[in-house]
Design a protein. Structure first.
Length: 241
């Protein structure tokens, strides 16, 4: 399949295109900074690959959760490009892409008989996005909805095979002590991971019209008030963080 995938839900913008044989990829600043660079980067990568938007089978984008501005950027670009090209879009959960990226780092092209990934992304405001996924014979399924938790309140599951995400450095002193046998893999929702997931999802009928390129928000509130910031700072000082 000829596909374009992009994600701007984190501080890293990730774009990739494939003609079904080769993959071209690009990374840059994500979140709010991607609003002015995403479209030129997409067009440049398509030109490198010798592909056009109307010639694609679908456009894949990270729908969230993640940066509020980054998600709105990805959705608006997906809508605009897909409408103009007459193509369908595939909204991709960012935590699923994190789980797939971690799986690929852990085992490469081969698919393990079974795998359970606890995917974690920094949600700022002293919280993390958390969601578990299971993979069997290359097929992923969610084990629950995405939620929010404070790092110190993260609950492990006996079935967890991998912990994956971008939280291990920023919350290193607040995360629970993990068993030495439980791998922790630093992973982001990369566009290449999305390209690996997309064919099966499109075959399952998960592609939608461009008008349905909508973000997934887990948190409605995107900033702390002045009083909340002061209270959080006081709590951090009192706990020695």
């Amino acid at each position: 399949m000829k596909l374009l995938a992009f994600d701007t839900s984190t501080d890293s913008m990730s774009i990739a295109v494939t003609d079904g044989n080769r993959v071209w990829q690009h990374t840059g600043a994500g979140g709010a900074q991607a609003s002015s660079t995403l479209i030129p980067a997409i067009l440049g990568l398509l030109a490198q690959a010798g592909l056009t938007l109307p010639g694609l089978d679908a456009l894949v984008f990270g729908r969230g959760p993640g940066s509020f501005t980054g998600l709105r950027t990805a959705c608006s670009v997906a809508q605009g490009l897909a409408l103009g090209a007459g193509r369908a879009v595939l909204p991709m959960d960012t935590l699923l892409a994190v789980a797939e990226e971690a799986r690929f780092q852990h085992e490469g092209e081969k698919a393990a008989a079974s795998l359970q990934v606890n995917a974690l992304l920094d949600a700022r405001m002293d919280e993390m996005y958390v969601q578990r996924f299971a993979c069997a014979a290359g097929q992923w399924r969610s084990l629950g909805d995405c939620g929010l938790t404070r790092p110190e309140n993260l609950q492990l599951d006996p079935g967890d095979t991998l912990l994956a995400g971008n939280v291990f450095g920023v919350y290193a002193d607040r995360l629970p002590v993990f068993p030495d046998t439980l791998p922790r893999i630093t992973a982001l929702p990369t566009a290449t991971a999305m390209l690996r997931l997309a064919p099966a999802m499109l075959a399952a009928g998960q592609g939608v019209p461009a008008s349905q390129a909508l973000p997934l928000y887990v948190r409605d509130k995107v900033a702390l008030t002045t009083d909340e910031r002061a209270r959080a700072k006081a709590e951090a000082l009192a706990s020695g963080r």
